[in-house]
Ligand binder design. Structure first.
Ligand code: APR
Length: 317
């Protein structure tokens, strides 16, 4: 059976970590495309030379020619500017729309059968544009946001409760902006509702609620927290790992249930927009969108988040 092939469009901070993770996990051969001459070639050479030490055996290639992405099974897009301190993701829309337009045309021409995972921000708008330009079916074009937002939420909960991050299950829904919806009611530690554990810890319902609200707020602003510390760019290890989880589930037909920015056609009352929801990812890409009941408060938060996505996408027209 032929080896899988993964194309990375964008060879910057996230692109580099993506390439290294693909190699370490032997997900397949990897091609990194960037417009900057020498950058993808240098990064891929750097990673390839450590194969004998790390024990991976895949082909790694850097390129400035879209033709080299031919035959890719999965394409992960990080081309575009990252945020600087004080910027919102939405401030990137003008520049990154131009870049995405070019990138999507390249993917359409040279990797017409691929599954595409978009990471570039503002995510909800960039994935919409990518699907519109490629014209690929909705199950093949998706965005990474929810895996990372949920992971951040889970990490904060684990640190607060002094338990392993491995035992927290958390999920965020909605857009990848300040109005994202961390779902407290469905968050648990080894199956035990998180609020029960916070109430046990503080022996005070109001205090437990206050602590949870602070974690929800931190989750919504977590990307900005990293930007403020780095000063020169945005998070890159965590978005890369998150997209790799999605790519791996597709490449290995794992059917993992991962929060994914997916095109909704009536689910959660949303029609015709890309929004973060739990999806089954397997060999057919988005194989199923899992719908479940939100209570009135959660639905109101979801509606607010979707309204922000609509405004963002509308601003591209
Ligand atoms: N085609 C391909 N690559 C491009 C293009 C283009 N038209 N324009 C820019 N790039 C490349 C840049 O040369 C750079 O190497 O995209 C890369 C972006 O890398 P970084 O600036 O390091 O940004 P990174 O931190 O990787 O984030 C990329 O993901 O999370 C989002 O907000 C983030 O939009 C940003 C994107």
């Amino acid at each position: 059976m032929a080896r899988k092939k993964i194309a990375l469009i964008g060879g910057g901070q996230i692109g580099g970590v993506l390439a290294q993770l693909c190699a370490l996990r032997e997900l397949g051969d990897v091609v990194m495309f960037d417009i900057v001459e020498g950058l993808p070639q240098g990064k891929m050479l750097d990673i390839a030379e450590v194969g004998p030490v790390d024990g991976f055996d895949v082909n790694l290639k850097g390129t400035n020619d879209y033709k080299d992405i031919e035959g890719s099974d999965v394409v992960i897009v990080t081309a575009g500017l990252p945020r600087k301190p004080g910027m919102s993701r939405d401030d990137l829309i003008a520049t990154n729309s131009k870049i995405m337009t070019e990138v999507a045309k390249g993917i359409k021409q040279y990797a017409p059968n691929s599954f595409v995972i978009v990471i570039s921000n503002p995510l909800d708008a960039m994935v919409t544009l990518c699907q519109q330009i490629t014209g690929f079916p909705y199950n093949r074009v998706m965005g990474q946001a929810g895996v990372l937002d949920s992971s951040r939420f889970a990490a904060f909960i684990a640190w607060e409760l002094g338990v392993s991050v491995k035992d927290v299950t958390a999920m965020t829904l909605g857009g990848h902006g300040d109005d994202m919806v961390p779902l407290v009611r469905y968050t648990s530690v080894c199956g035990i509702p998180v609020m029960e554990l916070l109430e046990q810890k503080y022996k005070d319902k109001a205090k437990a609620k206050e602590v949870m609200e602070a974690m929800v707020k931190r989750t919504r602003g977590a990307g900005g927290e990293v930007v403020a510390l780095l000063k020169t760019g945005s998070a890159f290890y965590s978005p890369a790992s998150s997209a790799i989880a999605m790519a791996e589930s597709i490449l290995k037909d794992q059917k993992r249930v991962l929060p994914t920015c997916a095109y909704l056609q009536g689910e959660f009352g949303v029609n015709g927009y890309y929004v973060g929801v739990p999806c089954v990812l397997g060999e057919k890409g988005i194989e199923n969108i899992i719908e479940f009941k939100l209570d009135a408060e959660e639905q109101a938060m979801m509606d607010k988040s979707v309204a922000a996505v609509k405004e963002l996408v509308g601003s591209m027209k």
